[in-house]
Design a protein around this ligand. Structure first.
Ligand SMILES: NC(=O)c1ccc[n+]([C@@H]2O[C@H](COP(=O)([O-])OP(=O)(O)OC[C@H]3O[C@@H](n4cnc5c(N)ncnc54)[C@H](OP(=O)(O)O)[C@@H]3O)[C@@H](O)[C@H]2O)c1
Length: 328
C-alpha cells in the first residue's frame, strides 16, 4: 500500500481525500495542518492514522510515500521542497509554481532526488477528457482549427484575489482552459495576446486571451468573482466537440458531426457520459498512486515539461496583463 499524507485541511484537501479513499493500492495515512486540532478533526472524519500540527512535523514521518499539497499558491514551492528534501513523492495542487522559474526549480529538485512530482491538473484524468482525446485522434471532427474555453466562477473570496497569496483568475481558474488548449493543440503556440481587468492590488480578476498556433486559434476567458458560461468547444472541418457543465471535472462530452448549417437538422450527436461517484479526484489519485507504485518519477499524462510550458505561458500572459507577483 502506498501511504499518503495530506498537507492542509482546506476546501480542496477535503475534496481530494474523498476521491483518495476510493482508490486501490493506496491509503490515506496522515494529515498535517498549521493547527493540530484541525488535523485531528480531519483525520477522524476521513480515517487517517496520524495527525500533525505542522507541515514540518509530517515531513519527518518515515512511513509516508507521497504528500498531496493543498495549500494556497504562494506556499507550494516551500512545501514541495520540504517534502522532496525529506524523501517524499509529491502531488502539488495547481498552479505548481507561481511562475515558470519556481516550476522549473521544483521539477529540477524532484529529478535530482529521483522522486515523483506532478502538478494536480486533475482534468486530464477523467474518462470524458480521455474520450475527447480519442475522438480527436480518430479524426471524428476532421482537422480542428479553432477552440474556445471559458471558466469563470462567482466565488472571489480569500486568496483568489490576493496579491499576498499570489491569487488571480489566470492562476486560479484560467490555468484549466490554458492546460486544456495545450492538451488539444500542443505546447508549441506561436503567439499569445491577452487583456485583463485588474483589482486595486494589481491582481487579474477577469481576463481573456488568444493563442495563435498559426494554423489553429484558441480563445480563452476566465474570471474570479465573475461567473461565465463555462464550456469548451473544439471546432473541426467535419464536426464539433463540446464539453460543458463543470468541464474541468467533466461528466459529459458531445460530439456533433454531419452537415453544420444555420439550423442543426442534419447533424448527428454522440454523447459520452461518465456519472462518476464522489468528487472525481479518484481518477487523478489512482493514476498518481500507480505511477509511484511503479517507481516512476513523472506522469506520462501530466509530465513536468507540460507544467513548465503552462507556467511559461502564464508568465507571458501576466506580462500582457501587468500582473507582477512578489515571487517574480
Ligand atoms: N484541483 C482543483 O480543482 C482545485 C480547486 C480549488 C483549489 N485548488 C488549489 O488548491 C489550493 C488551495 O485551495 P483551497 O480552495 O483548498 O483553499 P482553502 O480552502 O483556503 O484552503 C487552503 C488551506 O491551506 C492551508 N494554509 C496554509 N497557509 C495558509 C495561508 N497563509 N492562508 C490560508 N490557508 C493556508 C490551510 O490549511 P490548515 O489550516 O489546515 O493549515 C487552508 O485550509 C490552491 O493552490 C488552489 O489553486 C485546486
Amino acid at each position: 500500500m502506498i501511504k499518503w499524507g495530506i498537507a492542509a485541511t482546506g476546501n480542496i484537501s477535503n475534496q481530494f481525500v474523498q476521491g483518495l479513499k476510493r482508490i486501490k493500492g493506496g491509503e490515506f495515512y496522515a494529515v498535517a495542518s498549521r493547527d493540530l486540532s484541525k488535523a485531528e478533526a480531519f483525520a477522524k472524519k476521513y480515517g487517517a492514522k496520524k495527525a500533525y500540527g505542522s507541515y514540518e512535523a509530517m515531513a519527518a514521518d518515515k512511513d509516508i510515500d507521497i504528500v498531496y499539497i493543498g495549500t494556497p499558491n504562494d506556499s507550494h514551492i516551500t512545501l514541495a521542497k520540504l517534502y522532496l528534501n525529506a524523501g517524499k513523492n509529491v502531488l502539488c495542487e495547481k498552479p505548481m509554481g507561481v511562475n515558470a522559474k519556481q516550476t522549473a526549480e521544483m521539477a529540477k529538485l524532484a529529478k535530482k532526488k529521483s522522486l515523483f512530482l506532478m502538478e494536480g491538473m486533475w482534468t486530464r484524468f477523467f474518462p470524458v477528457t480521455q474520450k475527447v482525446q480519442a475522438w480527436l485522434a480518430e479524426g471524428k471532427i476532421g482537422t480542428p482549427r479553432f477552440m474556445s474555453a471559458f471558466f469563470g466562477i462567482e466565488s472571489g473570496e480569500n486568496w483568489r484575489k490576493s496579491f499576498a497569496l499570489s491569487g488571480g483568475s489566470l492562476l486560479d481558474v484560467g490555468i484549466y482552459p490554458l492546460a486544456f488548449t495545450m492538451l488539444v493543440f500542443g505546447n508549441d503556440y506561436a503567439a499569445l495576446k491577452g487583456m485583463s481587468l485588474n483589482n486595486a492590488e494589481g491582481i487579474d480578476e477577469v481576463n481573456t486571451f488568444i493563442m495563435d498556433y498559426q494554423d489553429r486559434l484558441a480563445t480563452i476567458a476566465c474570471g474570479v468573482g465573475q461567473r461565465m458560461h463555462n464550456r469548451v468547444y473544439i471546432e473541426g472541418d467535419k464536426g464539433r466537440i463540446k464539453v460543458d457543465g463543470n468541464w474541468w471535472h467533466p461528466k459529459r462530452a458531445v460530439l456533433t458531426t454531419g452537415v453544420q448549417d444555420v439550423v442543426d437538422y442534419a447533424e448527428k450527436k454522440t454523447v459520452f457520459k461518465d456519472n462518476y461517484p464522489s468528487t472525481g479526484f479518484q481518477y487523478e489519485a489512482q493514476h498518481v498512486n500507480d505511477c509511484v507504485a511503479k517507481g516512476l518519477t513523472e506522469s506520462p499524462i501530466m509530465p513536468l515539461s507540460d507544467s513548465v510550458a503552462i507556467a511559461q505561458a502564464m508568465d507571458a500572459l501576466r506580462k500582457e496583463f501587468g500582473v507582477v507577483y512578489k515571487e517574480d
